[in-house]
Design a binder for this molecule. Structure first.
Ligand code: NAD
Length: 336
């Protein structure tokens, strides 16, 4: 099959080519660095399959262009699919597949890295020590033990996080319309969202971005949280209303903010923009706070995860050829 791969970096190429070779090299892969947009969709001409990533645009217009070029399967190299217009895909008969479970540990561990770095001010200590400044002023942290952590979304990643924090002896609260048996077994307490906001000293977001969760963490939610709360987001940027977060940082309602995702990240992340003037004023404001730590959507970025993403992607395509359906298809029928 001819496969056009968008938003690729050298590491994507390496892992996908290795996975294709391991399967006997059945596919011809064409790699593009550019993201998939209305302008770049024509690059998929002659392909049966498009392989896309988190910031590729798969709206109705782009899907229509792909369909006109004969694309029958879009396989995502990620778990989230908020960037896909599923009802348009259904209408056009384009199958959408993803990698639902590549490494929950990678993302959960990165969330803990953000928590610990912010709590113990490692990002500031690193810079101070390099300048022979050994003062501890401003670096005071707290014990994680016995802290109350609220996990919003206890799917694969949230559950893995609960396991890690259980090891820290944290008190764990959760909110999720579907309770995880593994979390219940650990002693996680499912509570209403407002209770989680009111009682948690750390809140970590692990729900998908949906119409319901878009800007779920807004000014009203911040009002219900403890002053000085630590908020961690490795899910999707738009779960947080960033303007409201900036206000909450200025008033001290948020005591620490760890972000791996940002609602306008499509214009920023995965590229080296260090020679350019940053155009996003909200992002620039976030960078001015000493208690904000941002990573550029790298929570997934471990060897194990890239290997699993590449293997599952090739497997999705092989299964699609064999049966007409990929292994991990997103059902678009109920959205038609
Ligand atoms: P999952 O589907 O296993 O779990 C998501 C959980 O969220 C489910 O239990 C679901 O019931 C719950 N949920 C849905 N709506 C909710 C709501 N309104 N309030 C609270 N909970 C709600 O997904 P996962 O594999 O754990 O991944 C979670 C999210 O993490 C993905 O959707 C993706 O956006 C994000 N993610 C980020 C990275 C990264 O590199 N930063 C990598 C992988 C995934």
């Amino acid at each position: 099959m001819n496969i056009t791969v968008f938003s690729t970096k050298a590491y994507d190429r390496q892992f996908l080519l290795d996975a294709n070779n391991a399967a006997g090299a059945p596919h011809r892969l064409t790699f593009h660095e550019t993201t998939l947009t209305v302008q770049s969709a024509m690059l998929a001409a002659g392909s049966d399959v498009v392989c896309a990533f988190v910031n590729d645009q798969l709206n109705a217009e782009v899907l229509t262009l792909l369909h006109q070029q004969g694309v029958r399967l879009v396989t995502l190299r990620c778990a989230g699919f908020n960037n896909v217009d599923l009802s348009a895909a259904n209408r056009l008969g384009i199958h959408i597949a993803r990698v639902p479970n590549y490494s929950p540990a990678a993302v959960a561990e990165h969330s803990v890295a953000l928590m610990l770095t912010l709590n113990r001010h490692i990002h500031r200590a690193y810079l101070r020590v390099r300048e022979a400044n050994f003062s501890l002023e401003g670096l005071l942290g707290f014990d994680m033990q016995h802290r109350t952590v609220g996990i919003i979304g206890t799917g694969k990643i949230g559950t893995r996080l609960a396991h890690i924090l259980y090891g820290f002896d944290c008190k764990l609260l959760a909110y999720d319309p579907i309770q995880s048996p593994a979390c219940l077994e650990l002693g996680v307490h499912y509570v209403p969202l407002d209770t989680l906001y009111a009682q948690s000293q750390i809140i970590s977001l692990h729900c998908p971005l949906t119409p319901e969760t878009r800007h779920m963490i807004n000014a009203a939610a911040f009002e219900k949280m403890q002053p000085g709360v630590m908020l961690i987001n490795t899910s999707r940027g738009a779960v947080i209303d960033t303007h409201a977060a900036v206000t909450a940082l200025k008033t001290g309602r948020i005591g620490a903010l760890g972000l791996d995702v940002y609602e306008e990240e499509g214009d920023l992340f995965f590229e080296n923009l260090s020679e350019q003037v940053l155009q996003d004023d909200v992002f620039a404001r976030l960078l001015t706070f000493p208690n904000v730590l941002i990573t550029g959507h790298q929570a997934f970025f471990t060897r194990e995860a890239l290997l699993a993403i590449a293997t599952t992607t090739i497997d999705n395509i092989n299964q699609f050829i064999k049966t007409g359906n990929a292994h991990h298809e997103i059902s678009t029928e109920k959205l038609a």
